[in-house]
Write a protein that binds this ligand. Structure first.
Ligand code: GLU
Length: 492
């Protein structure tokens, strides 16, 4: 029987620690969500730490974008956010303390010497890890300085036989890194700025983080951070490394898979609840069959013990399907409001006059049946907002058999002229009756009607589309199509 895995119990104090060097993408958002769910589910705290120590790559725009994306997702953080760059004094104090105690040293090797060291280790069949020379005479140091060298600070990984860092990971079980696999990693650069491993270790301890939940790509950083914490005598959090995310082809998720940023997903017209629900299923499942879970249900059921070790698959096609289901579950008026908000943000309303919102209100319930992303609105109902624009492939479809098209469109026109009131039910009745009389296959009869009024092969339902367009304009479009078809026929 499978061993039951450990659960996170008690109020967990967790953090999300993004580097503001780009947009919030699927992977980062999933990490944020898992932490948030753990905090909310254990009655703990979710703190946000912006890891902006890389001055060249960090930008205020990225930070703002990450915050906006989190807000849109509803991932609210507790306490004032912490910027790592504002904690420089704490980091420098830690580096000094490590230097004083001998847990760290100034290393003077240049790139060439480091490369020789790695090559020698490889030739010896050892891991190509860097060990700097830990002691230098004052004369040697003076000589390095006169050459223009500046030292970095490296952590002195103890080389005692069998030394290893071991920790219990909620997802991966016992994880062990032998010291001879861990290099004397840099904790401060030659300009004195701390590296990620130093800053993260100091901050996790000082911010009293109880659980560090992050992507598996950080697994090899964990022993280094633990060494720093132990050398500083601070408390250690527990760790959970969550699985990597792959695309449907099982390759590591990248832009190629359409793995967009959270804001791109928003702009494509996915609902926050779809994105949250899908992110939650990246490496976690409730019971192997339930896929639609509300945020409240996720908070209630999320469990680190059910997070898998194997890579999770992010599939936009599944996202589309789930989003369509969520949209269809909305009452019409709620859907209309969400759609209007989307079209407002994207500038669609501003580009379509004179009263586009009115048309959207009419079209929304029709669109709701077919739409999977809000940005598909124009494909389905854009034709209602403009004069007829016949798409070439749609015209080709009705002119493939002009004679037949004249017949069915003419019959449609004949019936529609007398439909009163021009509403969905009477329209359906009239066209169904005609279909029956002609003995046509439904598709062969109805598709040309759709093309005549929408100019396209895909749209909202035909009866609803006719009612939405109104009698006068519908009949105009029929007459114009009949005119063109008749011309084609007489030329033939
Ligand atoms: N700033 C790191 C990142 O964005 C954080 C890693 C961590 O959670 O410690 O990958």
């Amino acid at each position: 029987m499978a061993k039951t895995r450990e659960e996170i119990t008690g109020p967990a104090r967790v953090r999300f620690a993004p580097s503001p060097t780009g947009n919030l993408h699927v992977g980062g958002a999933r990490t944020a969500l898992f932490n948030w769910l753990i905090a909310r589910n254990t009655g703990g705290q979710f703190v946000l730490r912006i890891e902006d120590t890389d001055r060249e790559r960090s930008t205020p725009e990225s930070e703002a974008q990450i915050l906006r994306a989190m807000e849109w997702l509803g991932l609210d953080h507790d306490e004032e956010l912490v910027r790592q760059s504002e904690r420089g004094d704490r980091h420098r104090a830690a580096v000094d303390k490590l230097l004083e105690s001998g847990a760290a040293y100034e290393a003077w090797e240049n790139e060439e010497e480091l490369e020789q060291m790695r090559a020698a280790a490889r030739a010896d069949k050892r891991a190509p890890v860097v060990r700097g020379r830990r002691n230098h005479t004052d004369d040697e140091i003076a000589a390095f300085r006169s050459e223009g060298r500046e030292p970095v600070t490296r952590f002195a990984v103890s080389q005692a036989d069998d030394a290893a860092v071991e920790f219990t990971d909620y997802v991966r079980g016992t994880v062990r890194f032998a010291h001879d696999q861990i290099e004397d990693f840099v904790i401060a650069r030659s300009d004195g700025t701390p590296t990620y491993n130093l800053a993260a270790a100091v901050d996790d301890t000082e911010m009293e983080i109880s659980h560090v939940v992050r992507g598996e790509d950080h697994l090899s950083n964990t022993p280094k951070q633990i060494l720093v914490m132990r050398a500083l005598g601070g408390s250690e959090p527990r760790y959970a490394h969550i699985p990597l995310i792959a695309g449907p082809d099982k390759k590591r998720l990248s832009k190629r898979h359409g793995a967009a940023s959270v804001e791109e997903l928003r702009d494509a017209g996915y609902l926050p609840k779809t994105v949250i629900n899908s992110l939650a299923l990246l490496g976690w499942s409730y019971d192997d069959k339930t896929t639609m879970l509300s945020v409240e249900e996720l908070i209630e059921h999320f469990s680190i013990a059910r997070v898998s070790k194997s890579p999770a698959v992010f599939d936009l096609a599944k996202l589309d399907k789930m989003n369509g289901r969520y949209l269809r579950l909305m009452p019409d008026d709620e859907f209309t409001e969400v759609l209007l908000e989307h079209l407002e943000r994207s500038g669609y309303l501003a580009e379509h006059g004179p009263d586009p919102a009115e048309t959207v209100r009419v079209a929304a319930p029709l669109v709701k049946r077919k739409i999977s992303r809000l940005n598909e609105y124009d494909d389905l109902a854009g034709w209602l907002h403009r004069d007829l624009e016949m798409q070439p492939e749609a015209w080709e479809q009705i002119t493939a058999d002009t004679k037949h098209s004249i017949q069915v469109i003419g019959a449609g026109l004949g019936r529609l002229q007398s439909v009163e009131p021009f509403e969905v039910d009477p329209i359906r009745e009239a066209l169904s009756d005609e279909l029956h009389i002609l003995g046509e296959a439904a598709r062969d009869f109805l598709e040309p009607q759709r093309i005549v009024i929408t100019g396209q092969t895909i749209s909202t339902g035909i009866y609803e589309s006719l009612a939405a367009l109104g009698k006068e304009e519908s009949l105009n479009r029929y007459r114009s199509a009949m005119g063109k078809l008749a011309e084609l026929w007489s030329d033939a």
